[in-house]
Design a protein around this ligand. Structure first.
Ligand code: FAD
Ligand code: SF4
Length: 500
């Protein structure tokens, strides 16, 4: 029996489950495949392609140095490359760590190979799919907060015996501050591309099909070593003040105090437990503020694990969900950034330049707009998947379809994240230089977020009434005169007609 291992592009970790079943000293054949067909389903961000391919090439080199028999294929499709490699190396059993994403699982299921395929359970998350299932199966509500507390207990993170350190599970009350005055944001840790990355940049520049965004400057890390440096940088310079301005948005401040770790966690270059432990140790060693440390740990131990768990818990039709029956097409400006709405313009052009926006930019501006303007969830999901450096199916379905657009009808979020310009004005400086007036909801200068927000509440009143947390907001809708409501409906409709 001869074993070979296929390493997927988001499984770049020496202790990943399939490699762990083998020993490097046995000269195990290992294959990586850069497939061109695979990336033509949608227009990926150029920097995402560079990141994934460069990280794969670096990791392949690393394994070669460790004694694995590495094949690195640049090919059109997976099947032809695998068939030839299996034959050449007389492989009888192909081991693959179970992919995180359903579409890739389908690719593996459809492979026609002259050998047995053995899927090894994925070990890149703290909660296995079975453990999450065990937690979720008999619950009425799959509340993230309950899951997070269970995770704190299960992995003994920020715990004092059975109680949370500091006496509270959640210190968000101390966070969520609006940006005020001059903020002294720490610089982000970036890297200059090396030879391997420059080669990949050249390849991406010459691709004969549509891609999205700008390829240079490319400043992301591409190795585990660099990812660890970014983690250390974050812990040292950003974590102490991560909490207070976590939700704030400031023109020209693209990353604020955020960690910039999702690209590396999602590729396997970093593991969730080491990230969480590094934050907890820094808290103990340097007495960092608990609101910042707890706030950050909740993102990784709570939200990230929860989103992944839900993705595998719900049925695969989740991707088609559309609770509000929203069918409007995605406006062209999502791709070009050309819009007079300053908040959207700032964030969309930032995403073009970097592939990155922080959580509140994604949730309360981009997906909020898509939700209240009634855009098709599937078109929006496709755009997010194309535009972001850290996008993968498992994280996209839950964050966009579930959290951002409430298209699952509340499996995940307890109410839709819908907001008017009031929120954006409070949490950012975008409105100050916008042609629209954030206070007006009808008329030529009215901010589109306002008219769409009220139109959304009006159009979906009966559905929203069943969401307990919405009743207070719906009362404000009741106070609106029928003339005003009619004008809002008309303006929302006209806005869409003008986009067509
Ligand atoms: P920080 O704010 O510093 O947070 C630390 C870490 O927590 C992140 O690196 C990430 O690993 C984890 N995290 C926090 N929230 C989430 C979450 N909701 N889901 C998963 N992980 C989380 N995250 C992605 O990894 N890929 C995506 O494509 C993606 N798309 C999103 C789309 C929408 C509409 C929304 C609302 C959220 C999305 N997120 C996505 C979640 C989150 O916004 C990003 O993980 C985060 O902004 C990444 O930047 P950071 O590393 O600087 O994060
Ligand atoms: Fe965005 Fe409206 Fe503010 Fe302009 S006024 S920046 S469109 S929220």
């Amino acid at each position: 029996m001869s074993i070979g291992v296929w390493i997927l592009g988001d499984q770049l970790w020496e202790q990943q489950a399939a490699l762990q079943t083998c020993s490097a000293t046995q000269k195990i054949p290992v294959i990586f495949i850069e497939s061109l067909n695979h990336i033509q389903d949608r227009a990926y961000h150029k920097q995402k392609l560079v990141l994934v391919w460069s990280a794969m090439r670096h990791f392949a080199e690393q394994l070669q140095q460790k004694g694995y028999l590495v094949t690195y294929q640049i090919a059109d499709d997976f099947t032809t490359s695998l068939q030839a490699w299996v034959r050449d190396h007389h492989i009888t059993e192909l081991r693959v760590m179970t992919p995180n994403n359903h579409p890739f699982m389908q690719i593996i299921e459809n492979l026609q190979l002259p050998c047995q395929i053995n899927l090894i359970p994925n070990n890149q998350f703290l909660w296995s799919r079975e453990d999450f299932h065990g937690w979720a199966k008999n619950r009425k509500r799959l509340l993230m907060e309950d899951f997070y507390r269970q995770g704190r207990r299960k992995f003994q993170i920020l715990m004092d015996k059975n109680q949370p350190v500091g006496g509270k599970w959640n210190l968000d009350q101390e966070n969520r501050q609006p940006p005020k005055g001059k903020l002294n944001t720490p610089p982000a840790k970036w890297f200059q591309p090396d030879e391997i990355t420059l080669d990949v940049i050249a390849k991406v520049k010459s691709l004969p099909f549509a891609t999205y965004g700008e390829v240079e400057p490319f400043l992301w890390g591409v190795t585990r070593q660099q990812a660890l440096e970014i983690l250390n940088w974050f812990i040292q310079y950003r974590l102490p003040d991560f909490g207070p301005y976590q939700d704030a948005m400031v023109t020209g401040e693209e990353t604020m105090w955020h960690a910039l770790l999702s690209p590396y966690l999602n590729l396997g270059l970093l593991q969730p437990l080491e990230v969480i432990t590094a934050a907890e140790q820094a808290y103990q060693q340097y007495q960092l503020p608990l609101n910042s440390v707890e706030g950050f740990i909740r993102q990784v131990l709570g939200w990230r694990e929860y989103m992944h768990g839900i993705y595998h818990f719900v049925d695969t039709e989740y991707t088609e969900k559309n609770w509000f029956n929203h069918t409007r097409s995605l406006p062209e400006f999502f791709w070009t950034g050309k819009t007079q709405m300053n908040c959207l313009h700032q964030i969309l052009t930032q995403v073009q330049r970097t592939g990155y926006a922080h959580h509140i930019q994604r949730l309360m501006v981009l997906s909020n707009f898509a939700l209240i303007a009634g855009l098709s969830p599937q078109e929006v999901e496709n755009w997010f998947h194309a535009a972001f450096i850290d996008a993968y199916d498992w994280v996209m379905q839950t964050n966009v379809i579930g959290m951002g657009l409430f298209a699952d009808g509340g499996i995940l979020a307890s109410k839709p994240y819908a907001a008017s310009a009031n929120y954006i004005n409070k949490m950012s400086d975008y409105c100050k230089t916008c042609v629209y007036n954030h206070k007006e909801r009808i008329g030529k200068n009215a901010c589109p977020f306002n008219l769409f927000y009220w139109n959304f509440l009006d159009q979906n009143r009966s559905k929203l009434q069943t969401q307990g947390r919405m009743s207070f907001i719906l009362k404000n809708l009741d106070k609106m005169s029928s003339n005003e409501l009619q004008s809002i409906r008309q303006q929302a409709e006209d806005w869409h007609i003008n986009q067509e």
